[in-house]
Design a protein around this ligand. Structure first.
Ligand SMILES: [Fe+2]
Ligand SMILES: [Fe+2]
Length: 133
């Protein structure tokens, strides 16, 4: 089972952003597979660490693009990134492979994390960048 299915609806049209998002979605998808295979907490936490590290690098790229092109919604977008990282760190800290609540919560967060942010905020940013480039 994949949590995030990568398809055209998530495409922003910005090549580098899309490549990063796709890589992040693939990383996220390692978690349900790990849970299915009964991998332990250490493995899952390592996957979460990877997700957080890649997301941080990706958010830095978007921050540079926003600064370079004086994106008017930089503050709002940056605040969303900070909230997403905070949320991921909280999930990691409370993650327990044996707790169903933890599994349910984890199963839902990539949707918000990747789906919601990409569908609205990143697409808006990519549209702006396409106009100013
Ligand atoms: Fe993004
Ligand atoms: Fe973003």
């Amino acid at each position: 089972m994949d949590w995030i299915s990568w398809d055209h609806t998530l495409k922003t049209g910005h090549a580098k952003m899309d490549a990063d998002h796709k890589a992040l979605a693939e990383l996220f998808n390692l978690l349900p597979h790990a849970l299915e295979q009964g991998k332990g907490k250490d493995f899952c936490v390592k996957v979460l660490d990877d997700v957080i590290r890649h997301a941080t690098t990706h958010f830095d790229l978007e921050r540079q693009l926003m600064a370079q092109h004086r994106y008017p919604k930089t503050a709002q977008h940056t605040a969303e990134h900070a909230m997403l990282i905070e949320q991921a760190l909280h999930y990691k800290a409370t993650f327990d492979v044996d707790a169903s609540g933890s599994r349910i919560a984890l199963a839902r967060f990539p949707e918000v994390w990747l789906g919601f942010h990409i569908l609205f905020s990143d697409k808006e940013l990519a549209n702006f960048l396409a106009r100013v480039d």
